[in-house]
Each structure stands twice: as structure tokens, then as C-alpha cells.
Design a protein around this ligand. Structure first.
Ligand SMILES: C[S@@+](CC[C@H](N)C(=O)[O-])C[C@H]1O[C@@H](n2cnc3c(N)ncnc32)[C@H](O)[C@@H]1O
Length: 306
């Protein structure tokens, strides 16, 4: 048995009660993910890059729900010239979802990416903005800024300023859009080859919940009326997802927005877990389960400050 099998089994046991099809869920957790990427349109046209990459891997497929999310049978796109010169960015499919749920807003605006390193979403948003407007990409960990800066540079992003700060003490800054892609237990990444998931104890979920609450609260506190806040994690744990959103809804005047992506199968947020009930508005959150679209797992909420 490989060293991650116990973790996989625990995840299956713990969350099967939340899914529509337990056996498909369990099967998906045990199948490793293929490498996925997007074309960095700041550097080159999508069609040109895909045609070039098909010379190495003729099986490259584009997902039905995102015309710039591609899957490769190879596991070494990181050593391709296209990667090296910033024409592609290797990114989990679900990690591309948070910017897509606010596609309608992303134009020449001001964005704060509160927990930005290594910059998967910052670089994606910058490309969607065509390097216009302004992004502040913040992270609390100095060591991770190197990869963030490296990615911004490699991808030719020029509309982004990088800051190093615990976001909970970030100076109050008005923006149109805030992304809180929070540190979490990362259970949803269990299908990745070099997974970061490990066996978490109940206390760890509550510790993350506290940190996530602090980060999301800070974004809500500084957000001007009419601005949008997107909260996301890559974990299954309701304590880090619906519970955080529900607690935030009690503290701030926020309107939850319905979100969906055409051709991406997703489920609503859950309202009960561990004998606790959440604000019914959390049903508007999006849960992406691994067996529905052959991805890892993700949780996304879109809120508007009243
Ligand atoms: C899920 S990762 C972000 C991934 C990133 N958004 C991306 O798409 O590439 C969470 C990040 O939060 C950062 N972080 C942890 N605590 C923080 C805090 N108090 N303030 C700001 N960033 C924090 C971590 O260093 C980590 O880089």
C-alpha cells in the first residue's frame, strides 16, 4: 500500500455521506490526475501554442467547460520550451474556476489577490484583464514570493504589484474585486501525484477555520459597497468552507451570488455538518467534486458587499 492510501481511505470514509455516488467518488479519489494547463494569452495565441504542443502530445484535450483548460497525457510539460518562455502555465483545472465565476467583472478594474503565491490565479486574472487595470498580489510568506515573482515575470504580467503581508493586517485598500484563495487542509488535491494532503486532526480544521475567517473578514471589512469578494479553498472540509462563509455572513452585510459555469458539473453548498447548521444562503456556494468532471475538489463562494 502506498503511503497516501490511508489518507485517501480516510477522505472517502469521511465525505462519502455528502456525495451522490459513493463508489464513483471512491474510484475517482484513487485515480491520479493528468497534467493540465492553460495557454498564457499575454504571450501567444491559444491556437498557435496548442498546435505546437500537439507535436509532442497529439492527445491534448480541451475541457468542455473552459476553452482555455487543456489536459495532457504527458507529465513533463514543465520542461517544454512553451512552459519555459511563459506561453503555458501548468495549473490544476479546478484552480482555474475562481476567476471564471467573476468573468463578467474582470476588465480594467482593481483587484486584490489576498493570498496570491505562487500566482496561478493572479497570472490567469492578469491575462483575462489583458494586462490592464491593477492587481495587488499579496502573500504572507516570503519564501513563496520568489515563485510568485518568477511566474509574473515568466508570463509577462505587467499590471501587478507584489506585497508581503499577513493579509489580516493589510492596510485598508479599496478595490473592485477581492480574491481570498485561502490556505487550507488541501484535502481536495489528494489525486495529485506529489500531493500535499496529510492526515489532519479535527483541531487542524478549526485552526484553519480561524485563519480563513480572519482573512475573509479582513477582505469584507475593507471592501467598499458594491465590490465583490470571492472565497475559495481546495478542501472538502465544511469547517473550512460553508462554515467560514456562514460565520462571515453573520458579521458583514453581504449578498451571496449564485454561481455556475456552463458544462461544468457542480453542487450547491451544504447546510449541515457535525451537528451544526449553517446560514441557508451558503447553498449558493459551489462545490466541485472529483468524480463529476474528473478533477480535484474545490469550493467557491461569490459575495457582494452591500
Ligand atoms: C492556497 S495558497 C494560494 C494559491 C494562489 N492563490 C494561487 O492560485 O497560486 C494559500 C496562500 O496563502 C498564503 N497565506 C497563508 N497565511 C496568510 C496570511 N495570513 N496572509 C496572506 N497570505 C497567507 C500562503 O503562503 C499560500 O501561499
Amino acid at each position: 500500500m502506498d503511503k497516501y492510501q490511508n489518507i485517501r481511505n480516510n477522505i472517502i470514509d469521511k465525505y462519502s455521506c455528502l456525495v451522490d455516488d459513493e463508489s464513483k467518488f471512491a474510484d475517482s479519489i484513487n485515480i491520479p490526475l493528468k497534467q493540465s494547463f492553460r495557454v498564457n494569452t499575454l504571450k501567444e495565441e491559444k491556437k498557435t501554442v496548442i498546435n505546437k504542443l500537439k507535436e509532442y502530445d497529439s492527445t491534448i484535450k480541451t475541457t468542455e467547460w473552459n476553452d482555455n483548460a487543456h489536459i495532457s497525457e504527458l507529465n513533463n510539460l514543465g520542461s517544454s520550451l512553451e512552459h519555459f518562455v511563459g506561453q503555458i502555465y501548468i495549473q490544476e483545472l479546478t484552480s482555474m474556476i475562481p476567476p471564471l465565476v467573476v468573468k463578467d467583472l474582470i476588465k480594467e478594474i482593481k483587484v486584490i489577490d489576498c493570498c496570491a503565491a505562487p500566482g496561478s490565479k493572479t497570472t490567469q486574472i492578469a491575462a483575462m484583464m489583458d494586462n490592464k487595470g491593477h492587481i495587488i498580489a499579496n502573500d504572507a510568506r516570503h519564501a513563496r514570493l520568489k515563485s510568485l515573482r518568477g511566474n509574473l515575470d515568466r508570463l509577462g504580467v505587467t499590471n501587478t504589484s507584489v506585497t508581503l503581508r499577513d493579509f489580516k493586517s493589510f492596510p485598508n485598500t479599496k478595490a473592485d474585486l477581492y480574491f481570498v484563495d485561502a490556505p487550507c487542509s488541501s484535502e481536495g488535491t489528494i489525486r495529485k501525484k506529489n500531493t500535499v494532503a496529510r492526515t489532519w486532526k479535527e483541531n487542524d480544521y478549526l485552526r484553519f477555520n480561524k485563519l480563513q475567517n480572519g482573512l475573509l473578514s479582513k477582505a469584507c471589512e475593507m471592501a467598499p459597497s458594491g465590490s465583490t469578494i470571492v472565497y475559495s479553498t481546495c478542501t472538502f472540509s465544511p469547517d473550512e468552507n460553508e462554515k467560514v462563509v456562514s460565520e462571515t455572513l453573520e458579521k458583514y452585510d453581504l449578498k451571496m451570488k449564485n454561481i455556475s459555469i456552463e458544462n461544468l458539473r457542480s453542487e450547491s453548498g451544504i447546510t449541515e455538518w457535525n451537528n451544526e447548521s449553517y446560514n441557508s444562503e451558503v447553498k449558493k456556494c459551489m462545490r466541485v467534486w472529483p468524480h463529476h468532471n474528473d478533477t480535484d475538489a474545490f469550493f467557491i463562494a461569490r459575495m457582494e458587499k452591500c
